[in-house]
Structure formats: structure tokens, C-alpha cells
Design a protein around this ligand. Sequence first.
Ligand code: GRG
Length: 297
Amino acid sequence: MKRDPTPVLTDDLTIQQYMGQRKLTVNEHLDHCLPPLDTPPQVIHQAMRYSVFPGGKRIRPILALTTGEALGGDFQKMISLAAALEMIHTYSLIHDDLPAMDNDDYRRGQPSTHKKFGEAIALLAGNGLLVQAFQLIAELPAQAAEMETKVAILDQICRAIGTTQGMLAGQVMDLVKKGKPFSAEQLEQIHSAKTGALIQASVCCAALLSGASEEACKKLGTFGQRIGLAFQIVDDILDSSQDSSKPPATYPALYGLEASSKMAIELVEKAIQDIEFLGSRGETLTELARFISVRRI
Ligand code: GRG
């Protein structure tokens, strides 16, 4: 694969246009990494590709690529990490839409995977994407000296999607709290685990892969944690018109819309301070963070 020409933010290129260009690059690599449609058993590969394309915002892979750019990381490695992150995210969306979970008929502007392929294939397509993601990380181009980095990345991702502090933990806490009272502390814990952890891992793994110092990784980790929580607060705000007999634990439910929006903006502004050490190299990452706090999609 040729080197990707990095789009540079200028007065003429907005953050949305930058994201649009990055999405094309991510999609191209996802297409390259996923088994072709005619690979037997065809139906699971059809369901995996159906769920991944045309896709959503690609915020996690774009965050990884932009972090890599800021730190001078290797594009070939970063794009594989980016594709793996999107596969994991898509797996969580397929499972989240299942009747046993949120029971959603539509996702990303089309019938959800189980509506199109049935529940059994949807379940397996989600599992397939998760396995494919780990295979991509295992195959990251690496010399012996970089094996340690690969293991550190695997460790970060497993924690970010696991059952103690990751996505699975968040989803379980979310299910348990549906329709029940919840505290501010529990809410932050659910959101940080369910959504924040994978967003944080997108930034942290890109930093690890770029060979960033321990101090830089720490600062980027705090940045990722804050924007990850802000991302889910904004998701709550965008979803706040939905009625449910068992309402989920959300920021607007606890604080109201205006205060929630203010909290998301404040989190992102603090996150931006965390990456001041990057200087002008952090400009695009800063704009991406701002996009997260004011997004309408
Ligand atoms: C599959 C690990 C795994 C766990 C199963 C279903 C589940 C338990 C967890 C789901 C958690 C989940 C779906 C969190 C994500 C919440 C969220 C903000 C989704 C929307 O993300 P966007 O806006 O979507 O990035 P697009 O479509 O733009 O990619």
C-alpha cells in the first residue's frame, strides 16, 4: 500500500472535510483487510461487510490516524490499527442492536445486521469482526524490538473492551441500571467504560505505536479519557428525544440538556490543555476534540 498523503488542516479544509478524506482512507483499508464477499462461507463475510460499509463517522480510526500524524508515527502501522479499532466498534454496534440488547431495527441508515441476516449470523458477524481485528494487530508489521509494543497494544485494547473496566463492563452496568435510579458517579463510570475506554484506547494505542514517551502517553491517555466521556455525553444529548419505558442512565436525565452540553464542552477544553505539549503538531487533534463536543451527528 502506498503512503497516504496526509490531509493538512488549512483555512480551506474544515475538520469535517478532513474527516471525510480520512474516512475514505479508512474505508479503503477496511476493504483491503476484510475477507472478500465470495470467500466461503459467504454469508458471514457478506454480513461483516454489510455492517462495516458504508459506515458511520469513523471517529475511532480517525483519532488513531491523527494521533499518529501528530507524533510522526508510521502510516502503514497506524492504518492497520485504525481498521482494527473500527472492526471492534462495529462488532459492538451489531451486538448492541440485537433483540436481547437494544433491539434496534436500523443502524447507520440501513436495516440493522440481524434484520438483514437474522440473529445468528449477526451474532457471528460481530464475533468475526472482533477476531479479524485481533488478527490485524497480530499481523502489524514489526521487527523483534517492536513485539513489546504489540503486546502493550493488545493489553490496552483488551482492557478497553473487557468486563472489568471496558466496553463489556459498561454495557452490563448500563443494562443493570436501566429504569433504575443512578448516581453521578455510577453514570460517569458507565459512560467511561461503555464508550470512553475504546476512544481512549484509540489515542493511546496510536501513541504506543508511534513510540511516544511514557509521559506523552500519559497525557494523551488523559486527553482520550476526557474526549471519550464527552463523546458519550453528546451521544446522550443527540438521543435525548427517545422515549422508553425503562430509560437508560444518561447525562440529560441527571443534569438536563443545557448543563450536559456545558459539561461536554468543558471536558473537551480540559482535554485540549492535556495535549498543549504537542504544540502546532496537535492542531488537528484539537479540532477533532472540538468537533466531538459540538457534533450534530
Ligand atoms: C460487543 C464488546 C461488545 C460488547 C457487547 C453491545 C455491547 C456489549 C456494548 C455496546 C456498547 C456500545 C454500543 C457503545 C457505543 C455507544 C455509541 C456512542 C455508539 C455510537 O458510536 P458512533 O457515534 O457511531 O461513533 P458511528 O455509526 O458513527 O460509528
